[in-house]
Write a protein that binds this ligand. Structure first.
Ligand SMILES: Nc1ncnc2c1ncn2[C@@H]1O[C@H](COP(=O)(O)OP(=O)(O)OP(=O)(O)O)[C@@H](O)[C@H]1O
Ligand SMILES: [Mg+2]
Length: 529
């Protein structure tokens, strides 16, 4: 007879959840994450206040920021955070939408699981629906006709965020910034945002160049240089390394004197090379010796030392110059140019403004605001706006917001579902229902009756009006495209792709093995008690 002793293949410290239990727990975790960000969706969505363990406070409406800052440790919930991050990286906006969609896809998949539909059939249906969605969305998209549309896109992205009050001006800055850059060099790297505390948002401005928080190397240097030839250097204007711990032994005063004299000669030769090149402003990544500073100042040259490498690269793009690594082949025609370089004080802080660059490959939007919290939230809103405008310029396609495109898509997906039959049909139908959760949530967050709104929307779309959405400026169902509530196509395609990816990944898991000691061991579900 065989021995009936149980066999252990897993070490004791591994906890295991299997089959349905694993699926349900994962779905629950993902749904909870979606529920957290749900109330922030749309212009009437609320903000969240997040306080980290060291007491830092963030007030935000931005989906990805909320999810990143929360200390989420359930593995499936973490996957939801990942989609928000992907969305942020790919577009910069639509992070709440992506998380919400994924949550709904999983919630409705649970209903299908209850009807004993196999997870692989649901996964297949969802994938088919996602593929079809991209095709349908392309058909629904409208071309970017003019700059006015870009302005509206930026404003839609900033509605309901901290920047709301001044969104018109901020949107104009974004559109003007994008306009400055030649299409072939237009990408995320080309647009910078610099925050400066102190005054009103209204003083925010577009700088055709770069702004850096640095003070000039020597007080005798000029504070303003016009028609400036600019030299960028990544080598020190010093004799020994920045560590300065080189030991020299000298035995007579003459030796010391001749050593110092030779050092001074070398420094003089270095500065002479810069002076002869015609450069009037120098940005140096490394240190600048006091003696060199003196010689430069004497010639009326403005110099900055210890400029971070990343800033130097950005300046290089703005002034269309290279970063030099030696002083041998400097010449006027290889230097960068800016109409003005000037030092400006905001409070105690010195900033250098590089303005008026010709054909810049990058520009800077300087945002002003009274407190660090305000500035941070405006920056997040501006990044959403910038990302959306970039996406719209790059693909040239936009869609109507306020849930219009989601309803149109859901409607066409349902028609597609009918051609499928079988279990996939049910999954595609649920996918369509998940899309409808966007206008439903927009209505709910605005205190409107979601069902009334959805019914009205569907009725209008049935009547052949594909741009009807919920306008939350008027609280009416109307043509949101005409009302200027416009989003880039890419926000939607990316949100759908990432939501489906994570939902199907979670659905395919039927076994969760967690090693004790790993951070995901004891999932804590907020609000479950
Ligand atoms: N005036 C408006 N009326 C109706 N809906 C609007 C209006 N402005 C924006 N929306 C809608 O709000 C939704 C976007 O909301 P929100 O910006 O809060 O979330 P998100 O873009 O998904 O995520 P996040 O901006 O946090 O990354 C879109 O569906 C958009 O169409
Ligand atoms: Mg947004």
């Amino acid at each position: 007879m065989t021995d009936k002793q149980p066999m252990y293949v897993l070490p004791e410290h591994v906890s295991r959840t299997l089959g349905k239990d694993a699926q349900r727990t994962n779905i629950l975790a993902a749904k909870l994450v979606a529920d957290i960000v749900k109330t922030t969706l749309g212009p009437k969505g609320m903000d969240k206040m997040l306080v980290d363990s060291s007491g830092n406070v963030i007030i935000t409406n931005d989906g990805v920021t909320i999810l990143e800052e929360m200390d989420i440790d359930h593995p499936a919930a973490k996957m939801m955070v990942e989609i928000a991050k992907t969305q942020e990286e790919e577009v910069g906006d639509g992070t709440t939408t992506a998380a919400l969609l994924a949550g709904k896809l999983l919630e409705y998949a649970e209903g299908l699981l209850d009807q004993r539909i196999h997870p692989t059939a649901i996964v297949k249906g969802y994938r088919l629906a996602a593929e079809k969605s991209l095709e349908i969305l392309n058909g629904l998209a409208l071309p970017v006709r003019d700059k006015q549309i870009l302005q509206q896109i930026a404003m839609t992205a900033m509605t309901g965020k901290g920047a709301e009050g001044h969104k018109e001006k901020l949107a104009r800055l974004i559109v003007d910034a994008v306009d400055q850059i030649a299409p072939e060099t237009l990408h995320g790297q080309a647009l910078h945002i610099q925050k400066v505390k102190g005054e009103s948002i209204l003083e925010s401005e577009l700088i055709q160049g770069f702004v850096l928080d640095k003070e000039k190397a020597h007080s005798a240097m000029p504070s303003r240089v016009v028609d400036a030839k600019i030299l960028l250097l990544d080598i020190p204007l010093e004799i020994h390394g920045p560590e300065g711990d080189t030991k020299i032994s000298v035995s007579t005063p003459e030796q010391l004197e001749s050593f110092l004299a030779s050092e001074e000669r070398s420094l003089k030769a270095m500065t002479q090379a810069i002076i002869s090149s015609g450069a009037k402003v120098v940005f140096c990544q490394k240190g600048i010796d006091d003696v060199a500073q003196y010689y430069l100042a004497k010639e009326g040259i403005l110099a900055y030392r210890r400029v971070p490498k990343s800033a130097l690269e950005k300046i290089a793009r703005a002034i269309s110059s290279m970063v030099f690594s030696n002083l041998h082949d400097l010449s006027a025609d290889k230097l960068g140019y800016a109409a003005v370089v000037e030092e400006v004080f905001h409070g105690q802080e010195a900033y250098v403004y590089i303005r008026g660059c010709k054909n810049p490959k990058s520009v800077t939007i300087l945002i002003r605001g009274s407190t660090a919290h305000v500035l941070d939230e405006i920056e997040r809103a501006m990044k959403d706006g910038l990302g959306d405008v970039l996406a719209a310029v790059q693909s040239g396609k936009v869609v109507a917001g306020g849930g219009a495109v989601e309803i149109a898509l859901a409607r066409q997906l349902r028609a597609y579902a009918r051609t499928l039959g079988g279990r996939e049909q049910l999954a595609v139908d649920e996918f369509a229902r998940a899309l409808e959760s966007i206008p439903l949530t927009l209505a709910e967050n605005a205190g409107l009756d979601p069902i009334d709104v959805l019914t009205e929307l569907k009725k209008r779309h049935e009547a052949g009006l594909p741009y009807q959405g919920l306008n939350l400026f008027t609280d009416k169902v109307e043509d949101t495209f005409a009302a200027g509530i416009i989003e880039p196509l890419k926000v939607k395609t990316q949100a759908i792709s990432s939501a489906v990816e994570v939902a199907t990944m979670i659905l395919r898991i039927d076994d969760v093995l967690i090693s004790k000691g790993s951070s995901g061991l004891e999932p804590r579900y907020e609000g479950m008690e």
